[in-house]
Design a protein around this ligand. Structure first.
Ligand SMILES: Cc1cc2nc3c(=O)[nH]c(=O)nc-3n(C[C@H](O)[C@H](O)[C@H](O)COP(=O)(O)O)c2cc1C
Length: 197
């Protein structure tokens, strides 16, 4: 049985363009295997704690010395990690807000970045500790950045994923969504074509 982890992060929920494209892709993917399982991590409906000193202290604490509060944070981070580990493939729907990933997605990243668990440093540099698997990023934007050299969002996300071992990353862009109806329709149609074939 194949398992797909779906990370969603549009503040517009099901109405978000990234949620729509991801939903269509996942519906098609599920048809390939009637036993296919989808794990959904909705970063907006179920927000994660932001990184602060308390979160860092919890993640770095020894398991036999944790407070109940720290244990709850570690349990949550472990749950996120289990979701990533148990998936055969991952779909990340990532809208651009103010040039970056949604703040809620940054919180997910911050809980996944765990020294000795998802990455380690060696004399040769950092090594990702997660098993590689296909990751599809569905990037929706009001403007156009991909070919301009001004995209700091997807390169950041790819860098982070590669850092923890996920290097097999493909990105499908839907850009120019706020640049008029014609451009929007074209961008969505091209993204669908790439995603759905
Ligand atoms: C608060 C906010 C900030 C945005 N910032 C940007 C931006 O920096 N660059 C851009 O191209 N589009 C920006 N947009 C447009 C979104 O990227 C666009 O609406 C896209 O469809 C968002 O994906 P979603 O529909 O899945 O939420 C912004 C939209 C909102 C609501």
């Amino acid at each position: 049985m194949a398992t797909l982890l779906y990370i969603r992060s549009s503040i517009f929920g099901d109405d978000g363009q990234s949620s729509r494209l991801a939903g269509e892709f996942i519906t098609q993917w599920q048809k390939t295997d009637e036993h296919a399982e989808v794990i959904t991590r909705d970063l907006i409906a179920d927000p994660l704690p932001l990184l602060d000193a308390e979160v860092v202290a919890a993640l770095m604490s020894e398991s036999d010395q944790r407070t109940r509060q720290q244990q709850a944070i570690v349990d949550l981070a472990d749950r996120l990690l289990t979701e990533v580990r148990s998936a055969d493939r991952i779909v990340i729907a990532v809208p651009m807000y103010n040039f970056g990933v949604p703040a809620q997605m940054k919180a997910w990243i911050d809980l996944l970045a765990r020294s000795g668990v998802t990455f380690k440093y060696t004399e040769q540099g950092p090594v990702g500790l997660l098993e590689d698997k296909p990751v599809t990023l569905i990037a929706t934007r009001g403007g156009q950045y991909h070919a301009s050299g001004q995209d700091h969002q997807i390169p950041f996300l790819q860098q982070f994923l590669g850092f923890i071992g996920l290097k097999n990353v493909k990105t499908v862009f839907a850009e120019g969504l706020n640049m008029g109806e014609e451009l929007q329709a074209q961008a969505l149609s091209e993204a669908r074509e790439t995603l759905l074939g």
